[in-house]
Structures are given as C-alpha cells and as structure tokens.
Design a protein around this ligand. Structure first.
Ligand code: PMV
Length: 320
C-alpha cells in the first residue's frame, strides 16, 4: 500500500483566477499551461493499519501544523474510512512562493495515493481529484502544453502540444523565496467579491484561450507572447484592484519585466508571465536562452535563476 509519484509544476500562460464553484474548487475560466521538467515534487504515500495518525514530512521536516488539504485529498481518493498514511514529500524548488508548487504537489499526491491503492491510471479522474484541491494541479497530469477546459461537473484536460514539438524554454528569475502573504485560493475569493474588473476578466477569457490555442497550433511565438503577457497583466490588474489590494510583485519583478521588454525591442523571442508571487517566468526559444538568462541574472534583487524545458508529465517511480 505504498507508492512514490513524481510530478512537475506547470506555468499558466492563460491563467486561472477565480472559482465557479468554491465548495468543489472548480475554476471560473479555462486555462492553458506549460508543464516543466527540471522542477519537481516527489510524493511517497504509504497507507497502513499500523500507522496511528496521518503524518506529513516535507523535505525531511516533520509538519506539525494542521495539513487539512493533504488529508482531504487522501479522503477523496481513499474514502473517509481509509487507513492513516505516512506522506513524505520532496521538492527541489521554493514552495508557496508563486512557483506553482501546489500543482506539482497535489498532482503527485493524487497519483501516489491512487497507485498505493492499486487503482488504475485514469488521467481524467486524477486531474479532477487534483483540481478539487488545487485548480492548477489538474494541468500537471499531462506534459507539454496543456489546455484545461471547464465541462459539466468538472474539468477536462488535453495536451495541445508534445514537449518536443515546440521546445520552448522557461527561465525563472527568483526574486523572493518567502511564503506568499495571501494564498491563491483566498486571493481569488477576494478578487471575485471586490475587483471591479473581475467580470470582464471572466468574459474575455474565451477570446484569450482561442488566441493562445491558435498560436500553439501554428507555433506562432509572437502571437503567444502578446496574448500571454496581456492575460497575465489582466489577472494582476484584477488582483491589484481587489480590496484590500493584492500585490505579489516587488521591484525586481518589475525590473525583470522591463529587461524582457528591452529584449523584445531588440527582436529577441521572449515574453514573461507572473503568477501569485514575485517570480518572473520568461518563456523563450532555445536560441535566446543564454541571453535571457544573462539579462535576468544581472538585475538587482534576482536571487537565483532556474531553467526548464517542457516536461513529459508525471510518473510513478516505485510501486511497492
Ligand atoms: O491552483 P492554485 O490554487 O494554486 O491557483 C493558481 C493560480 C495561478 O497560478 C496564479 C494561475 C494559474 O492558472 O496557475
């Protein structure tokens, strides 16, 4: 009754921000993302009648705080009368800092828990289970470029492009590794209640998705760049105009944006996106990678750089 799964975070280009059903954690909008390969989370889940209470260890540190999202996730997969579990997780990048660690963590948890119980692989079911805990986690069930669509009663994910069909590079400038002040989930609820821009954000998403999907099919970098930056800045405008306002950026975040805009003016194929945190993700073509990395690493406040190709999706490493 033990399995270890490995999953990678995904970075949304057309973002999910807002819920259509808070109780079931269903997203208000469709979204499109890139699954990474060099950032990862592994999840080792063991259910046993000999374990006397749920236990969570993250990066070798025993977690003493309540970890209700993890327990709810296991209850959903295994049922409320399940055996207690020991969960050991490792993550090779900062968590809860706007690097989509919940997407890799909850997708890996769902896969490990199902595999530990010897349940058959079911991408659609696993995506819905992971999405019920963290909306973005549903997209990490597939590699490459992934679309998440709202369907009746849940979500559906599909791969729009295999990782090597359009080998985009993702360069992440880490500007602060502290845990974010407000969780995405709470921030989304606040935005839906208070931002005057929330309704138009939801309304325009269909157009943004269509543009981005066409750009992916045509491998039109320029088109994908324009719509992704626009979508990202709209999401942050919704955050900024929430009351109280939600500002995840710092000065290095803004300086990185300017650096990327300067590269664009020189004709370099690169664009940025930013999630619920101060880190900048630059997406570029392989030939621009070194230049983008160099320009971002020279910016004051950039603490480190992480780089990734597109990944091929999650795996179960050991099934004991
Ligand atoms: O899945 P959550 O609850 O961590 O929310 C993710 C929200 C964003 O990362 C900001 C956007 C997205 O689509 O991933």
């Amino acid at each position: 009754m033990q399995a270890i799964a490995r999953s990678c975070p995904n970075i949304a280009l057309i973002k999910y921000w807002g819920k259509r059903d808070t109780a079931r954690n269903l997203p208000a909008v469709d979204s499109l993302s890139l699954t990474l390969d060099s950032l990862w989370t592994t999840m080792d889940v063991k259910f046993s009648p000999e374990i006397l209470q749920d236990e969570l260890i993250i990066n070798d540190l025993q977690q003493n705080n309540e970890f209700s999202r993890v327990k709810n996730c296991l209850d959903m997969v295994a049922g409320k009368n399940r055996n207690f579990a020991k969960i050991k997780s490792s993550c090779n990048f900062p968590m809860s800092a706007g690097l989509a660690s919940s997407s890799s963590s909850f997708s890996a948890l769902v896969i490990a828990a199902n595999s530990a119980l010897r349940k058959e692989w079911n991408t659609h079911l696993f995506a819905n289970q992971a999405g019920a805990i963290s909306g973005s986690a549903a997209r990490s069930l597939l590699g490459g470029i992934v679309e998440l669509e709202n369907v009746y009663n849940g979500v559906r994910i599909q791969q729009l492009s295999k990782p090597n069909r359009w080998p985009l590079k993702v360069i992440i400038a880490i500007t602060d590794t502290k845990k974010k002040a407000i969780s995405s989930s709470d921030a989304m609820k606040l935005s839906a209640r208070t931002s005057p821009f929330y309704a138009s954000w939801i309304k325009d998403q269909t157009f943004d998705m269509k543009e981005a999907k066409t750009a992916v099919v045509d491998q039109d970098f320029e088109k994908l760049a324009v719509i992704s930056e626009h979508n990202c800045l709209k999401m942050h405008s919704v955050m900024w105009t929430s009351r109280p306002s939600i500002v995840y950026w710092n000065s290095a975040t803004i300086n990185c944006m300017h650096a990327i805009r300067n590269l664009q003016k020189k004709g370099e194929a690169v664009f940025f996106t930013i999630d619920a945190g101060p880190q900048i993700k630059a997406i570029c073509m392989p030939e621009n990678e070194d230049l983008v990395e160099k320009s971002l690493s020279e910016i004051v406040g950039v603490k480190s750089i992480m780089k990734s190709d597109l990944g091929s999706g999650p795996s179960v490493d050991i099934n004991i």
